[in-house]
Design a protein around this ligand. Structure first.
Ligand code: UD1
Length: 421
């Protein structure tokens, strides 16, 4: 298993290209199942999760042509060979559940394994399932699989989500594009990835309004067609690399970055005395007065502070002046990076969903273990700022969500190397 070794203590200087958004691409790819025509996606990121989704689509009978070094995908589901999404593929990635709505809407039946993914809490799919039931699907849970049927097709309905879920909003939005009549999604997620999906679905002929607000209205159509769509920039990758010069000192320009994608983070960085400036090509980040101020964050659905940046922000706050309070409200069990940061000399006290972080003057490199995707990268950030060597084990989580992480950081002068065992 690969290891990444970071020798810290060097301020980063340079620029980093931001890739296409993993989470947008993972929902745009299943959207191709809604039509027998080809869907072209450009600016796709090159990541293990995208390979997993490709395998899943191919196993269902879709063809996936990959070109431009993985940046361009052309997906065509002319006909389904299978309407069964196997446990072997689905267990690797929770986003696999996003094929359920599209297959069911087009074929009137689908069988999808209950998903796996990062070990960050229970992560049920009840909102996806109860939403599909509201659209008239008959569901049965058996042997770890969801067996869904809608022999007469899906029918538009009002769905009032009891909690905000990105995945459930996406699944229902896709399913509703081919349902008979109007579907209204209330308490819908507002993430930029939802807006990106809606834009792509509209190009395919879907009738959707209200994306980006908490009420989305979809009028079903008989069929959708192919389209071409450019995946939006990855706001979590952007936020992660914005935190790199903040934690090491120095100055980094994030090419393709836009403040509106990360406005909650920009607000908090300003509060921490880190400056974020617009440039012609993206954003430039540096410390304003040489230090980091403590602050409080609480994760929330978009436009709140993203849970996917909580671990990276905590790494920054370990070196802040004063005590910070970090509250995680989206996932239980998402502080697995805290004990590893403590091994590097951080002072963190976790009580339930709240962590108090007492800033220290410096961190020390240590062997650490990554337990989920965002935890992994938070340890890399900490390693970049720490004195000495940090060895990150179990890096496969990192490869699920960060494209060429070593090259991107090394391009700014970071001493970071991957070793293959
Ligand atoms: C997506 C992102 C993930 C991010 C998360 C929250 C993708 C591929 N992944 O995940 O990176 O961390 O949004 O911003 O886009 N829940 C239920 N029942 C459900 C669905 C969700 O209780 O049926 C709960 C979850 O356990 C969690 C919360 O709702 O506590 C939010 O989850 P959700 O927004 O659905 O996350 P994902 O779409 O899985």
């Amino acid at each position: 298993m690969d290891r990444i070794v970071v020798t810290g203590g060097k301020p980063l200087q340079g620029e980093i290209d931001i890739s296409g958004a993993k989470n947008a691409c993972l929902t745009l790819m299943p959207a191709a199942l809604l039509t027998d025509q080809p869907l072209e996606l450009t600016n796709a990121p090159r990541l293990a999760d995208i390979d997993t989704m490709t395998k899943l689509l191919v196993s269902l009978g879709a063809s996936v042509q990959i070109s431009e070094q993985g940046r361009r995908l052309v997906i065509q589901a002319a006909a389904f060979e299978d309407t069964l999404a196997h446990y072997d593929i689905v267990r690797k990635m929770r986003a696999s559940i996003l094929v359920l709505g599209p297959i069911l809407a087009r074929e009137g039946r689908a069988t999808v394994s209950l998903p796996g993914g990062c070990a960050i809490g229970a992560r049920p799919v009840d909102l996806h399932l109860s939403g599909l039931e509201r659209l008239g699907a008959e569901l049965e849970l058996k042997d770890g699989y969801v067996h869904a049927r809608a022999p007469q097709g899906l029918k538009g309905a009002e769905i009032d989500f009891s909690a905000v879920s990105v995945g459930a909003t996406e699944n229902l939005m896709m399913a509703a594009t081919l349902a008979k009549g109007v579907t209204v999604l209330r308490n819908a997620a507002r993430e930029p990835e939802i807006v990106d999906l809606a834009r792509c679905l509209r190009k395919m002929g879907a009738e959707i309004e209200g994306d980006g607000t908490d009420i989305i209205e979809i009028e079903g159509v008989d069929r959708l067609s192919g389209a071409s769509h450019r995946v939006l920039p990855d706001r979590i990758e952007l936020g992660t690399y914005m935190l790199a010069p903040a934690i090491t000192g120095g100055e980094v320009e994030l090419i393709g970055g836009k403040k509106r994608l990360v406005s909650a983070l920009v607000e908090k960085l300003e509060e921490a005395d880190i400056s974020v400036e617009d440039t012609e090509r993206g954003l430039k980040v540096k410390r304003r007065n040489g230090h980091i101020e403590a602050l409080d964050i609480s994760t929330a659905p978009y436009p709140g502070f993203p849970t996917d940046l909580q671990a990276q922000m905590m790494a920054l706050l370990t070196l802040a002046r004063g005590v910070s309070r970090v509250e995680e409200t989206i996932f239980e069990n998402r502080f697995m990076h805290a004990p590893e940061l403590i091994r590097m000399g951080a002072k963190i006290d976790v009580q339930g969903g709240i962590a108090h972080v007492q800033g220290v003057d410096s961190l020390r490199g240590a062997p650490v273990m990554a337990t989920d995707l965002r935890a992994s990268v938070s340890l890399i950030l900490a390693g970049l700022a720490a004195e000495g060597e940090t060895v990150l084990n179990r890096v496969y989580h990192l490869d699920r969500g960060y494209e060429r992480v070593e090259q991107k950081l090394a391009g700014c002068g970071a001493r970071i190397e991957r070793f293959k065992d």
